[in-house]
Design a protein around this ligand. Structure first.
Ligand SMILES: *Cc1c(COP(=O)(O)O)cnc(C)c1O
Length: 393
């Protein structure tokens, strides 16, 4: 049965079974004891954060990662109670909120901790992970003196140091030199924390690329986003040598809403951006840049009836115009990402066309595109079951 959204001709199919498959596939290659944190930031890489999280938990994910405290709250409010880590610095004033909801924050600055102390009233403990900058240069402490300044704050009774972590700059590349330098620096910095008397914390460093390329160096937990959503971020050379089968988790479809036959030389689109190269059939499709079909997709193609249907001219806010191989009626499906018969448009193809990465193609799909969840039968039961069994303090 084909479920279609109300009000719109455009929708994204989210394949929850593929998300579950990918997690198991990544995990198969990791040491048994390594915990799995699924990144569901940016609305679950465009899939819907709550649904992606639920599918991840069904597949045995132990924890979730988000970019913002608001994203963590959305998960908590939907009943998810597993550990959630906010990966970017939150506002010090939101420490109570985090403590209240059992949301773990990233700390990497003495000044932040001092400021947080002025705000925190709740007796509930604040859970934190200390971020180490071992070479990405984004966030994290770099020097021992920074750690020394932070440590006294972290010793306070209402703080729990749950973890220490770092993030790699080059784990996707074939050359492992910089990766190895970051990894050994991280182990050294982990030692600072242990030497200051902290115990019982976990150490984690691997993103998708590291979890795929260096599974044996995953330490206590991996933090995986891209690969869960079927994206292998490793360079071609690395990808070819890895024995891992990730499945696409999202496809994007629309429909022809108007069909017309035009004569050679007819102008189409704003600025007359396309001129009909022959007498031909054109279809107008109900998707535009306000849906995430960005201006950069001009010159790319869609699939109609398993064949390529090139985009004609520029992309509008709500619509595009495509060149049809022959007459097709209004209502004919048009695929922008995914398969039709034996042809497939991959996330990578679109990303390459705009000089970007597949993650951005997903993150651009806007909220007004309805997501249709496949394989979701018992999701609410699963959320509550996991929530009960994994309640955090
Ligand atoms: C987004 C993110 C991840 C996940 O990265 P992927 O490459 O999508 O697996 C892990 N750690 C941090 C700090 C991140 O920001």
């Amino acid at each position: 049965m084909v479920v279609k959204p109300r009000y719109r001709h455009t929708w994204a199919d989210v394949h929850l079974d593929a998300i579950r498959h990918n997690i198991k596939e990544i995990r198969r290659r990791l040491p048994q004891k390594t915990k799995f944190m699924t990144a569901v930031k940016a609305d679950g890489y465009g899939h819907g954060a709550v649904q992606a999280a639920a599918a991840a938990l069904q597949a045995g994910s132990d924890a979730l990662a988000v970019g913002l405290i608001s994203e963590a709250l959305q998960l908590r409010e939907s009943g998810i109670q597993v550990p959630i880590l906010v990966l970017t610095p939150a506002l010090p004033a939101d420490a109570d909120l985090a403590a209240e909801y059992g949301i773990s924050l990233t700390v990497c600055d003495e000044g932040w901790l001092r400021e947080m102390r002025r705000h925190k009233q709740s007796r509930k403990p604040l859970r934190v992970h200390v971020k180490m900058d071992t070479g990405l240069g984004r966030i994290g402490i770099r020097h021992f003196s920074e750690w020394e300044a932070m440590a006294p704050y972290l010793q306070s009774e209402d703080l729990i140091v749950e973890g220490v972590y770092t993030h790699f700059a080059t784990a996707n590349q074939a050359d492992s030199d910089y990766y190895k330098r970051q990894f050994s620096r991280f182990k050294e910095m982990r030692g600072w924390v242990a030497d200051s008397g902290f115990a019982g914390f976990i150490a984690h460093c691997s993103n998708s690329a590291a979890a795929l390329q260096y599974p044996e160096f995953s330490l206590d937990m991996v933090r995986v986003g891209a690969a869960v959503y079927g994206i292998n971020p490793c360079d071609g050379e690395v990808k070819r040598r890895l024995d891992v089968e990730l499945k696409p988790t999202l496809s994007l479809h629309s429909e022809i809403v108007q069909v017309k036959y035009v004569k050679q030389g007819a102008s189409i689109g704003y600025d007359r951006s396309y001129t009909a190269v022959c007498d031909e059939w054109l279809g107008t499709v109900s998707i535009g840049y306000a849906d995430g079909c960005c201006k950069g997709y001009q010159g790319f193609y869609t699939l109609v009836d398993g064949q390529a249907a090139p985009i004609a001219g520029n992309i509008c806010m709500d619509q595009i115009i495509i060149r049809l191989p022959r007459y097709y009626p209004v209502g004919t499906p048009v695929t922008l990402i995914g398969k039709q018969r034996d042809r497939e448009i991959k996330l990578n193809d679109l990303a390459d066309h705009i000089g970007s990465i597949p993650q951005q193609v997903l993150a651009m799909i806007t909220a007004r595109v309805p997501r249709i969840y496949r394989g979701a039968e018992s999701m609410s039961e699963i959320i509550s079951a996991r929530a009960l069994s994994k309640a955090t303090g």
